[in-house]
Design a protein around this ligand. Structure first.
Ligand code: CDP
Length: 784
């Protein structure tokens, strides 16, 4: 049980306002583009207009002649330095600047450096690239056809196939299907989408020839890992590289990979011996940096006639684009997709995934998602609805019948995960009650009689966050632990640094609250710093909702080390034995004599002025936390929609979100995370898709086509919670940031399909745009 702290201390559970917002709302944040260094110059990418083409020649002389231009770097120049290709985060390599062929529209072809941004942009237009256009492959289902072009000439394997991955018991699953009286099958695409953070990617690379030091300000969610990879790839000594991730305006997975722009800026700075800034435009970000999803999935469920599920079979085709740059832990080619049994107690399951190359931008990043859990949650939650239709059973009743029961945790899933804790029924029942489910079903029945279209969609997702236990989780070989270092100063104020890096999640507040909880130092007196590899302890960064499960745990553990030392000092000051002391947040007191006490501030002062004989001075600790397991947050979302028959427009009338992320550090921040994630889920479900035409032209490359919801399109989110602490996390917390993005798309789509189910509609692929709905209504004869 966590002890309650006063509002002044502001430990766990206090909805304190975010410290960082003071600077953000005043426009005083410090982002990469705010970095201005003396002598700084600017880089601009030249990009391919074609999806697949051979480069016949690149002429740079006109660009070089433009006054103010300092250099034009091509793939051939990088080749001489052995840097024209770089390793991706997932066992592949990627061109930094194209040599030979371009493989997707907007691929990086040359890098122009000039005294100012405008000259660099003008000069980029003067670089003449002669292309020979080649046949384009955009449909992943055609990737393995004999007449499709082989895209990657650099590989020994002359195929567009990247990997086959399977998990589960195939035979047991087949057997269950053979005897099952009820079977259902669903084909669903989770379309290619993009995190589109407000701030695009960029960097300032500053090589100092006098010291040999390279400092890179970078929009990176994982600065420590980037430093190591820079050292390995460029052969620079790691102690001479400093990566600083300053304030970041949203990442959502998009800022995990190393992009060619970073590498080119570093090369240019090493060459010119001047600081080089490179900042992407919005379209460059949408067209060339890490996309998400693009999973083409089939799920089959076997069940008995009463609706008890027995087996799940999943087959998926994963479109990875031109390079396999997916940011997944090394042992998981399809990320954590094998969480696809979801919240349900299947006795057998089998899941297989094949990855292929196409002429699209590389990526496969976890957009507000733990490595493909969003795809998994969407699939199982859509498939459970498909089964409900098959059985003519209510979608809520079917779920309640099949949930992993609370008494079965820790629960071993048939695909190999051990869920730490859960109470799915409680979350669902609360959501049903909050939304007024029974009354809504009656209303729907009446409306149907009147020819009106109303739908109710449920999603009871299970998440998997907190990568990860070092025995099976690494990225590019680096184990996925995380860290915290705390220093308590003589006056009782503290500084805490982590290996993570927030991009808007509020770590400066919540991690200070963890220290406040554990040490009783008011959260306002704890400064949290992340993102500078010179000062913060090594960690794998912030993505996949891993910060709280891993670095949050490290923060609690480092605090506890400090409290252990503080106890020894308190015993010395109070002249009693350690065993005579009790702790309450903020002080040690003598058992039975609460007035004989020493506050943490008094103890901190003594740590520098009046120590027990033989004790080292100072009050500091560092902890590297290797989680024993992941955490498994969950929730039930219920969406109510009305559909306008005339236009096909879907209006989200209600959306109730019940989340369970274990113990909550800051309820206000958690609610903010849920609002943001639901809004992104809404956008994915109804508005967004990065699609390609048959010539390889990207269709969602600007905000005119890739729509971002405003307050006008966004409904009021109704949030609630249950609390099932993680048994293995030091403060019982699970991650939460990605849950709403993971859980909501299925709720939206289920609601729309439910509204149209009486017409025989069983599935609609996202984005559920008005034209698609209207066309279905027309085809089904529901409108004139
Ligand atoms: O890794 P990332 O920060 O994106 O995700 P997270 O660990 O889910 O945390 C998102 C924000 O919610 C952070 O500020 C967390 O500290 C906060 N949080 C919380 O207050 N209580 C929880 N149980 C989980 C997260």
């Amino acid at each position: 049980m966590l002890q309650k702290t006063s509002p002044e201390i502001g430990g766990m559970g206090h909805p304190v306002k975010r410290k960082e917002d003071l600077r953000f709302i005043q426009g005083k944040g410090n982002y990469v583009d705010d970095v201005h260094l003396p002598g700084m110059v600017y880089g601009q990418m030249v990009r391919s207009p074609y999806g697949h083409a051979r480069i016949k020649s690149i002429r740079t002389d006109e660009a070089t002649k433009l006054p103010g231009v300092l250099a034009v770097i091509t793939g051939q120049d990088l080749e001489k330095a052995g840097l024209s290709w770089m390793p991706t985060l997932f066992h592949d390599k990627q061109m930094v600047l194209a040599t030979g062929k371009v493989l997707f529209q907007s691929q990086e072809v040359a890098f122009v450096v000039a005294e100012d941004r405008y000259t660099a942009a003008d000069a980029a237009e003067l670089v003449e690239v002669e292309y020979e256009v080649l046949p384009v492959l955009v449909n992943p289902h055609r990737a393995l056809d004999p007449d499709s072009p082989i895209l990657r000439e650099d590989r020994d394997e002359k195929t567009n196939h990247i990997f086959h991955w399977e998990v589960g018991d195939k035979q047991a699953t087949e057997k269950a299907f053979q005897t099952a009286p009820v079977k259902t099958k669903l084909d669903a695409v989770f379309p290619r989408c993009h995190p589109a953070p407000l701030e695009t990617c960029g960097c300032v690379a500053d090589y100092n020839p006098a010291t040999g030091r390279l400092t890179v300000w970078e929009t990176s969610q994982a600065p420590h890992a980037h430093r190591t990879l820079f050292a390995i790839v460029a052969g620079l000594p790691e102690n001479n590289i400093r990566i600083i991730s300053p304030d970041i305006g949203g990442g959502f997975g998009n800022k995990v990979p190393i992009y060619p722009g970073y590498v080119c800026a570093v090369v240019a700075s090493l060459t010119l011996k001047r600081p080089v800034k490179w900042i992407e435009t919005r379209s460059e970000n949408l067209q060339s940096t890490g996309f998400a999803r693009d999973y083409h999935m089939t799920a089959e469920i076997a069940a008995d006639r009463e609706g008890k599920v027995t087996a799940l079979r999943v087959k998926t085709l994963a479109d990875h684009g031109a390079f396999n740059a997916a940011a997944q832990p090394s042992k998981f080619p399809a990320g954590l997709f094998s969480i696809c049994t979801g919240s349900y107690d299947f006795s057998a399951a089998f899941c297989e995934v094949d990855g292929v190359y196409t002429n699209k931008a590389p990526g496969g990043i976890a957009y507000r998602c733990s490595f493909r859990v969003t795809e998994a949650a969407y699939l199982i939650e859509r498939a459970m609805d498909a089964l409900a239709y098959e059985l003519k059973m209510d979608a809520a009743e079917l779920r309640l019948k099949n949930f992993v029961p609370p008494g079965k945790f820790p629960y071993r899933s048939p695909l190999g995960w051990t869920y730490d804790s859960g109470n799915y029924e409680a979350a669902m029942k609360l959501a049903l009650e909050r939304v007024g489910y029974e009354a809504l079903r009656k209303e729907q029945e009446e409306k149907r009689k009147r020819g009106e279209l109303m739908g109710i969609g449920i999603s009871s997702f299970t998440e998997i966050v907190g990568a990860g236990p070092a025995h099976s989780f690494d990225i590019a070989g680096l184990k996925m632990f995380d860290s915290c270092e705390i220093r308590v100063h003589p006056t009782g104020k503290a500084m805490a640094r982590m290996g993570t890096k927030a991009q808007g999640q509020g770590h400066e507040t919540t991690f200070a609250q963890i220290v406040a909880q554990e040490l009783g130092i008011p959260f306002a007196d704890v400064t949290v710093e992340e993102g500078d590899t010179d000062t913060a302890p090594y960690g794998l960064g912030t993505y996949a909702s891993r910060s709280t499960p891993v670095a949050g745990a490290a923060t609690a553990m480092a605090s506890r080390k400090i409290r252990d030392k503080a106890k020894k000092i308190a015993a010395h000051l109070l002249e009693v034995g350690e065993e005579d002391l009790e702790w309450e947040p903020g002080k040690f007191y003598v058992k039975g004599a609460p007035s004989k006490a020493k506050t943490i501030q008094e103890i901190a002062f003594a740590a520098y002025t009046n120590l027990p004989p033989g004790m080292e001075a100072g009050l500091e600790a560092v902890h590297y936390y290797d989680p024993p397991n992941l955490t498994f947050p969950f929730g039930t979302y219920i969406c109510v929609v009305d559909i306008d028959k005339g236009t096909g427009e879907v209006k989200v009338r209600r959306f109730v979100a019940v989340d369970d992320c274990g113990n909550i550090i800051n309820p206000m921040i958690v609610e903010g995370q849920i609002h943001g994630g639901l809004t992104e889920g809404l956008a994915i479900a109804f508005m967004q898709e990065i699609s390609y035409d048959e010539s390889g032209n990207v269709q969602g490359g600007t905000f005119m086509d890739y729509l971002v919801p405003t307050a006008v399109e966004t409904p009021t989110w109704e949030t609630d919670k249950t609390c099932t602490p993680s048994p293995h996390h030091p403060i019982g917390a699970k991650g939460v940031g990605e849950s709403p993005n993971v859980g909501s798309p299925a709720a939206f789509v289920n609601a729309v399909v439910d509204a149209l189910s009486h017409l025989g509609v069983r599935h609609i692929d996202m984005p559920v745009a008005p034209w698609k709905v209207w066309k279905i209504l027309k085809d089904k004869g529901a409108v004139e």
